[in-house]
Design a protein around this ligand. Structure first.
Ligand code: ADP
Ligand code: MG
Length: 350
């Protein structure tokens, strides 16, 4: 309704500011899962376990074996714009961690019942912080962190109404973990729902025994299926400051839906028109109609040449020189697709 009488300008209460921010960062349980797994990876975890109830609406608990949060910093972790990951503009412009905005925990805590349980290497016991009451007490846990998020959107029923069935929300949560798992074969992941193990991907760290390519291939096979690996070719191309690795499916592996197209920039899953267009154009001559290629492509680029601070969820990025990246990706995939045919042709000729 139109209002003629002007009201005075006021600062919003902290809680409401966080709830507004939560509107951008936390759309559904899967958004919480993504943020918490990001945090676990930033903490150097090697094993991450996600436990869900009712598609994540009743409970999302993410456990890691990372560095932990010291007792006196637990309340700080929940504050808005509080982060251990950047200190100044230079850090922001060269950021290598998944997080840096210091928003996620505050936003999540403002729309749920959140508790942090954490222990660092130096501590004799773990500590548990209840976000709502602020109560902090000793508790039992090995080194690492568990973040427990209960009753998501209980305080914002408008949001809660937009949630789909538990099965749909669960599928989104699993997809969120899958995206992380494809970027980090060196980390083990497990997802539980209602006390049942839904997915488990064991850590396969590369080293003298296992090359990074083989570790990735193993993880891709675990997560996307043996067929994905059997019907794809390795991608490797270095052009100036851009390196592209991963695997591209052969044309026969194409699907009717674009559901096996994974793009990463410096380890972060992204949805980016430049990358999807570049990949698609590499298939121009070999794929017709609406068939969707499958691929998992990893772009490594000097962090100063890409801006990840475009959107609160960081799923979008902006490249300083998007033509450079487009060409690198296109050529990387084209070369990869041409290679096996060249090899076959040679084999046939001899
Ligand atoms: P950001 O990740 O952008 O820094 P968050 O709100 O997600 O912001 O987290 C705030 C801070 O809490 C982080 O900077 C980090 O220091 C700490 N933290 C959060 N989760 C974990 C975790 N699983 N292990 C260790 N530290 C964590
Ligand atoms: Mg974070």
């Amino acid at each position: 309704p139109a209002r003629t009488e002007r009201r005075p300008i006021r600062d919003l209460p902290d809680e409401l500011i966080s709830q507004i921010a939560a509107g951008e960062v936390v759309e559904r349980p899967a958004s919480v899962v993504r943020e918490l797994v990001d945090n676990a990876l930033d903490a150097g975890a090697t094993q991450i376990t996600v436990r869900l109830m009712a598609g994540g609406v009743r409970l999302i608990a993410v456990e890691d074996d990372g560095c932990g949060i010291p007792q006196d910093e637990l309340p700080v972790a929940l504050r808005r714009h509080a982060t251990s990951k950047i200190r100044d503009l230079h850090d922001l412009e060269t950021v290598c961690t998944m997080g840096f905005r210091g928003e996620a925990l505050a936003a999540i805590a403002s729309v749920s019942e959140t508790a942090l349980l954490s222990r660092t290497a130096g501590q004799a016991s773990a500590f548990l912080l209840d976000a709502r009451s602020g109560e902090l007490r000793p508790a039992a846990r090995a080194q690492g962190t568990t973040v427990e998020v209960k009753e998501l959107f209980f305080s914002t029923p408008a949001r809660r109404k937009f949630l789909k069935t538990d099965a749909t929300e669960l599928a989104h949560c699993v997809e969120a973990v899958r995206r992380h798992a494809l970027a980090r074969p060196d980390v083990g992941f497990a997802v539980w729902h209602e006390g049942k193990l839904v997915e488990q991907w064991r850590a396969c760290p590369s080293g003298p025994e296992l090359s990074a390519d083989d570790a990735l291939a193993r993880r891709l096979a675990d997560v996307l299926g043996e067929d994905f690996v059997a019907q794809s070719v390795p991608v490797l191309r270095r052009v100036g400051p851009v390196t592209i690795t991963g695997r591209a499916g052969v044309p026969d592996a194409a699907r009717s839906r674009p559901d096996h197209q994974y793009c990463y920039v410096n380890g972060r899953f992204v949805r980016d028109k430049v990358l999807t267009h570049a990949a698609r154009s590499a298939y121009e001559d070999v794929l017709h109609g609406q068939r969707q290629p499958v691929y998992a492509l990893y772009v490594e680029i000097d962090p100063a040449r890409v801006d990840v601070n475009v959107h609160p969820t960081k799923i979008e990025v902006r490249f300083r020189d998007s033509r450079e990246v487009h060409q690198a990706v296109r050529h990387a995939v084209e070369d990869a697709l041409a290679a096996p045919r060249a090899a076959l042709a040679t084999a046939a000729a001899t």
